[in-house]
Design a protein around this ligand. Structure first.
Ligand code: MTE
Length: 473
């Protein structure tokens, strides 16, 4: 790289918009990334934070950028070298990831920094209520370290100008305690299966980016009603976390106010998960659990609630967690044209046996035991899981394990998952069997047959038939 010209930080700063071209520095490299701006999966707004300056402070927080594939791509845009004396130092910034919680070593890591990991599917499907140590973790930023005695939840209602703060003690003593058994499922769950059809951008989740837990705390409808919030079809509830990016912007997402105020929506400001205080990775001391809705709206380390007439303007609400036609690519995508994912579509996943684990269980009469989960967003019940082992010539209904209708579970309020199992006959000399599953929900929606026709560039809502091929010998 010695043959390339040398630039000063001042030279670079003159290239900070698309008219002048967008230059950035990383280490001693100077890069012209103008052509890449529209392709940045983390949005144009975010990449422009580095325009004309060093991207190192940003990559210090979003450390997943420092992988060989991305560094190699950056190098393609190299136009020169930075004067060594102009190189900025990030040494004094400290490491924002120095204070991460202790974690389950048996997780499958999808990214170390920030931490993203899922359990092995064979373990996940062993429990109707997912133990906390098997519950996937999806963090966009460093985990905040919150002192419960100092913790405050701020609430701002823009229409009335009411603004209040609550301590954890207020939340626990002033409101009735309530709970819900609900799934949290990442919008990118099963992305790796969609990626196998054609490359998508995002963490390579398997089917383990979901879990089913009992969340207890304060019902958001009780909380907002006590604050005088009235039903209004046009308003949104913006939820902000205590985790912040390098520009001090918090993680944020929003849900419609109608969902928040619906007593049957079961939205909970949760301080407990499976009867224990939330742990740090899952949002200690408070997270918003929004049953039936994509995981990204279930904001952890909840710091502020804003009721207003617009959605959150965060990257995660506006420029991520949206799906497009299979023909939309990074040159043509316009995130403002698609609504933010709220309710999740119907899905199922075969979890055991798992081709990666090679552990096959047989019944006494020689049938292969197959187990999985099924789930549909919006409170829809799973009414059937069909399984085939002859490529769809014959389909067989699996046995379902799900919550019975009762006090808090009824039509439109099925927020927990369904576990299912079926025994698949195999011949004595059979070498290989392929098994597919498809779930049907109470709206009679069922999973699409293939990922090909629902492919989208971010690899979200990947809910096609689950298919596994198992070598029996
Ligand atoms: N809340 C905050 N404050 N910060 C985050 O990074 N990640 C979201 C959501 N809430 C996130 C957040 C996403 S994308 C998902 S899928 C779920 O939390 C994951 O929840 P879990 O880590 O408890 O499984």
């Amino acid at each position: 790289r010695r043959d390339l010209p040398t630039f000063s930080a001042q030279d670079v700063s003159k290239h900070s918009n698309e008219k002048t071209g967008v230059w950035v520095t990383y280490g001693i490299g100077v890069y012209d990334i103008t052509k890449f701006i529209s392709e940045h999966p983390g949005s144009k707004k975010n990449i422009m934070l580095g325009a004309g300056v060093s991207i190192e402070p940003f990559w210090h927080t979003y450390q997943f950028h420092k992988e060989a594939k991305i560094l190699k791509m950056l190098e393609k845009f190299r136009i020169g070298n930075l004067k060594p004396e102009d190189r900025i130092s990030i040494q004094n910034q400290g490491n924002p990831y120095d204070n991460e919680p202790v974690r389950n070593l048996d997780f499958i890591e999808r990214s170390k920094i920030p931490y993203n990991a899922e359990p092995h599917l064979t373990q996940l499907v062993e429990h109707f209520i997912t133990p906390v140590e098997l519950f996937y973790v999806r963090n966009h930023l460093p985990v905040p370290d919150i002192d419960i005695n100092e913790y405050e939840l701020e609430v701002d209602i823009t229409s009335t100008g009411v603004s209040r703060t609550f301590s954890m003690n207020d939340l626990k003593t002033k409101f009735e305690k309530a709970g819900v058994t609900a799934v949290v499922m990442c919008g990118g769950n099963r992305r790796s299966e969609m990626n196998a059809v054609k490359e998508v951008r995002g963490l390579g989740w398997g089917g383990g980016a979901c879990g089913n837990a009992i969340f207890t705390g304060v019902r958001l409808c009780d909380f907002l009603t006590a604050m005088g919030v009235k039903s209004d079809e046009k308003s949104h509830v913006i939820l902000e976390g205590y985790d912040r990016d390098p520009t001090y912007t918090p993680y944020s997402a929003s849900i419609p106010l109608s969902k928040a105020l619906d007593p049957r929506g079961d939205v909970i400001l949760a301080y407990e998960m499976n009867g224990e205080p939330l742990n740090r990775d899952h949002g200690f001391p408070l997270r918003c659990v929004v049953p039936g809705v994509v995981g990204s709206r279930q904001v952890k380390w909840l710091g502020r609630i804003i009721i207003g007439d617009v959605e959150s303007d965060s990257h995660w609400q506006q420029n991520d967690y949206k799906s497009f036609s299979p023909s939309v690519d990074w040159d043509t995508v316009d995130f403002s044209k698609a609504p933010a994912i709220q309710h999740m579509p119907v899905t199922s996943a075969i979890c055991s046996p798992n081709p990666d684990h090679h552990e096959i269980k047989f019944t006494a009469d020689g049938k292969m035991e197959v187990k999985g989960y099924a789930y549909s967003g919006g409170g829809n019940k799973i009414i059937r899981v069909d399984v085939t082992w002859d490529q769809g010539k014959t389909w067989h209904p699996a046995d379902l394990v799900q919550l019975e209708d009762g006090e808090n579970v009824s039509a439109g309020r099925h927020y927990a998952w369904t576990l299912w199992n079926i025994n698949v006959p195999v011949e004595k000399n059979q070498h290989y069997v392929e098994v597919w599953s498809k779930a049907v929900d109470s709206n009679y929606n069922c999973q699409p047959e293939t990922f090909k026709n629902t492919w989208n560039l971010r690899g979200v809502v990947a809910n096609a038939y689950s298919r596994i091929g198992i070598n029996l010998k």
